[in-house]
Design a protein around this ligand. Structure first.
Ligand SMILES: C[S@@+](CC[C@H](N)C(=O)[O-])C[C@H]1O[C@@H](n2cnc3c(N)ncnc32)[C@H](O)[C@@H]1O
Length: 275
């Protein structure tokens, strides 16, 4: 998937205050190096701009694009509260899946408020390397500040539906609470891209929302919250992530586990080694 569907380039009305923030920066910036902490990773050369996706501008501008969003949401206690006290557990489930220590190349698709990336970096061995992509420049700038000059980390301004990395270039790809924010067609492209860039034998680790068990009271609490604030999230209550795998999930194995009465899931997709 190498081209951007037209819908992502739509110019949408947004709060005037965004015009001085991430939105205007992104609209004019096509240079991925804008965001690089360390530009030694191999990316495909390109010069196309990276527009902000329509759903991000319409639905999530207040959470990720507004200049004040980082100031408000970049608090460990708040991200933990948003996940009903489960942030550290879910973070560590994802990180443990990558490994207790990481000798290879990892790609994190989309920044995360809280200390997810810092904890990932702590696990890198001297041979290990992390690349992080995000479509919102303000989030990449925030990540660079959090990483405070750490080495062997590439920070890239890219869209998850159009990754500029070579096929089979990562040992592991992690996608933490991104899929529920994306419309279904975008989500399918993100999943396909994550699987394209992972090596045969490598894993893509997804952690996200899931349909809670019938006996879980959060089931009733979360319906109004998600339908109001995160309209695409309910897709993950209706369908398994495996249903969006490219090629019907052939040559992949899928392992799913749920947590907190089913409200959250970890899905690990392993690309089979080539015969
Ligand atoms: C990973 S998700 C949410 C994670 C979690 N809720 C948190 O606390 O941050 C949020 C990030 O995804 C990014 N994002 C959304 N759509 C994207 C896309 N198509 N490509 C790359 N990054 C994207 C947003 O800019 C934002 O930084």
């Amino acid at each position: 998937m190498s081209s951007q569907p037209a819908q992502y380039t739509a110019t949408l009305p947004r709060p005037p205050s965004l015009d001085k923030g991430a939105g205007s920066e992104s609209a004019t910036t096509g240079d991925e190096e804008l965001a690089s902490l360390d530009d030694s990773s191999e990316t495909t050369p390109f010069s196309a701009p990276v527009p902000l996706p329509a759903y991000l501008q319409q639905t999530y501008w207040w959470a990720y694009l507004h200049p004040a969003s980082v100031r408000i949401f970049e608090r460990q206690w708040l991200v933990n509260l948003i996940l009903w006290g489960n942030f550290a557990r879910l973070r560590d489930l994802a990180l443990d899946e990558i490994g207790p220590s990481i000798p290879g190349a990892v790609l994190q698709v989309a920044c995360v408020y809280g200390n997810f990336t810092e904890r990932l970096v702590e696990r890198l061995e001297p041979t290990g390397r992390l690349d992080v992509v995000d479509v919102a420049p303000v989030q990449l700038e925030n990540l660079k500040e959090k990483l405070n000059g750490a080495t062997r980390i590439g920070v890239h301004h890219q869209d998850s539906t159009n990754l500029h990395f070579a096929d089979a270039s990562y040992d592991c790809v992690v996608v933490f609470f991104l899929l529920h924010e994306q419309p279904e067609d975008v989500r399918a492209q993100t999943i396909a891209q994550a699987l394209r860039v992972v090596k045969p034998g490598g894993k893509v680790v997804f952690v996200d929302y899931h349909r809670p068990d019938r006996t879980n009271p959060f089931r009733y609490v979360m319906v109004p919250i998600l339908t109001t604030l995160e309209p695409f999230a309910m897709d993950l209550w209706r369908k398994d992530i495996a249903e969006w795998l490219p090629d019907g999930g052939r040559s992949m194995t899928v392992a799913k586990e749920t947590y907190f009465g089913g409200l959250y899931q970890k899905v690990v997709v392993t690309r089979q080694e080539q015969a």
